[in-house]
Design a protein around this ligand. Sequence first.
Ligand SMILES: [Zn+2]
Length: 510
Amino acid sequence: MSRSALIFALAAVVLVRRPSALPAQGSPASTTLIRNVLLLDGTGGAARPAAVRVSGARIAEVGALTPRSGEMVVDGNGLTLSPGFIDTHSHADRALVRGNDGTGALSQGITTVVVGEDGGSPYPLAAFFDSLARRGMPMNVAAYVGHGTVRGRVMGNNYKRHATDAEVGRMKEVLAAELKSGALGLSSGLEYDPGIYSARSEVVELAKVAASAGGRYISHIRSEDRTEWDAIDEIIEIGKQARLPVQISHTKLAMKSLWGQGDSLIHVLNRARAAGVDITADVYPYRYWQSGLSVLFPERNFTDRKAAEFALDQVSPPDEITLTSYGPHPEYAGKTVAQIATERGTDPATTLLALVKDADDARKAGHPSGETIIAASMDERDIEKIMAWPFTNICTDGELDGRHPRGYGSFTRVLGRYVRERRVVSLPEAIRKMTSLAADNVGIVNRGRVVPGAFADLVLFDPTTVIDNATPADPHALSTGIAKVWVNGKLAYEGGKTTGARGGMVVRRK
Ligand SMILES: [Zn+2]
């Protein structure tokens, strides 16, 4: 706008500003007042009585506000209002493309999901964003560009080796193009194919591309058990060399001999921060993870009995590894390795080797084996230590239609079990970890704080009753205590149901 046009526009506003015709900003019909709430604004400060005025997609005012005539008023009945929760590690991608209504996320208070995690992102990302925007999204969606996806574009099926310099050069071009979609940065899954075969220098080179675009790095690190300390060193080194913020995904100490070392982990992370590396973490509140059988064999030695015995002794015992799906024998779904071993009349290690080999053979024969497991490997003491670290935010690592209860219960589980029952962190601090810290850790702006001008992603909940109800046996049970959820000012969830509003936006790197 030119200077004279600006002056003209200002004059026009002054001319139409009569007492009977308030400007559009305060127009009664377009605002909603949420009153009679205790506000946790996302910054970690104590709850305070307040009202919040929403105008369109944004928060207009916060404070002691009284209703205007004709304005829509929502009585919060003394419940707690906070920013909508931001899930920095989500696997909602596929279900969203299929048109899922977002119940799993909205019902636990999540208003923004960050996808493209663990090195795997929709490709091309711009088309994914376009199709979501066309269809309409139940919640906001941001994404990282997956290292594995980029590697796959360049190396195809010939990926079980280090990349050549020329291949890394082509990966950098693919990544730079993908980052133009507004992705938050680069994600990696260095415990998964094809990322597990990458040299560190390849990841550093790509992280530098993300850094020069103002992006970040988030990683399912190379090991969460056998070589975890090396993997932690690696992500710190990537942050140092590529000079960008790095985040450890779903942080855990997932091996018996590592249990109880949460303090050592925090010490290493604090030392890295003191040395100038902007390293942060996210965590979900369960002792058990969900993945594939192959992660139990980091050397991909699927016939090595010693490796199987080690996995069952140290990583997860046979009665705590449950197959949630299994292509070669669909009837095994829901059974533990111990149960399958009994059925087959063999020992657990023999059974585990047969299961992982049959799944691998199916994959090689071109039949996607669809094998997933839920396995318990973590210790509650470590989960608590990691969660309490001031730079850890909360995530789900969940799907909208998955078998792990985290897809429906992570955030409410933190609020019910870790905050109210066990007092691992205070309620204002937990909300900070779900909102402003989460936004800051992945580079999302204008969300995660209840302040004028921010987007009106909001959750109204009861801190005295909020709790998860999802379990491995009933993974889609709704949480208790989430009263209402708004996404960009639109009511998205109420009374145990989504409203069908598709108020979500694509969230892009600033
Ligand atoms: Zn992961």
